[in-house]
Design a protein around this ligand. Sequence first.
Ligand code: DGL
Length: 269
Amino acid sequence: MSVNTIAVFDSGIGGLTVVRELFALLPHERIVYFGDTARVPYGSRSTDIIRRYAREDTELLLQQRPSLIVVACGTVSAVALDVVQETAGGIDVIGMIPAASAEALATTKNGRIGIIGTEATIGSNAYGAEILAYAAGRQIETFSQACPLFVPIAEEGWQDHPAAKLIAEEYLAPLVEVGVDTLILGCTHYPVLRSVIQSVMGPDVTLVNPGAASAKVVQRRVTPSSDTPEHLLMVSDIPRKFQSVGERFLGYELPPVRRVVYKEAWVVA
Ligand code: DGL
């Protein structure tokens, strides 16, 4: 049986939160990962730029002949999923939003769902629209909050630093105030900060990890193989930090991380 190549990308380390779930559910499939560490963060940039990055990232991954592409980035899933689909031709593309929205709807009891994400994701209202489209007449309210500083904290590996707690308290106070009982971690970097987010929200709030929800969708689409695959990890800047923070987060050694370079030319706009 031939091995499946599952291509996964994000702006940086955040997509590893999705890879962790994929390794657990599909240990025999080959994972090709790209973290665009030279251009992180995506979430504070304009839609035009994010869409260009999404196309270029997809082109890189297509060189590896994937059977499926996982957009392990909430921001690209929110504002550029169509670009990835178009660039990928007929290859199946799985974004982060549908499965996490469905899980939040299945989880909430009081109908108050919080969504945290990058500025681009929150500005797009992609999660809010998806949730309300599937609310099926239920009384559901969504409350959104952009948390841009969570991304550099996760990239820095500062999840246990006191600064993470202070910043989380500041960002999450409005969501605590309105009493959400379910919170979507709408940026794939945020599960790195899961314990600090849970401690600020309190034990009664259920956190939804889009990576875990979406990995189950990937599992349903893939016919499992029984191989011992050689994974490939690529980044667009110096691999050292990605490797060490990634290993700390995943709790195991990563294969050597390769650096890729995008050859582009400047054009006056
Ligand atoms: N991890 C990404 C996301 O899920 C991108 C964060 C960023 O680069 O701003 O949105």
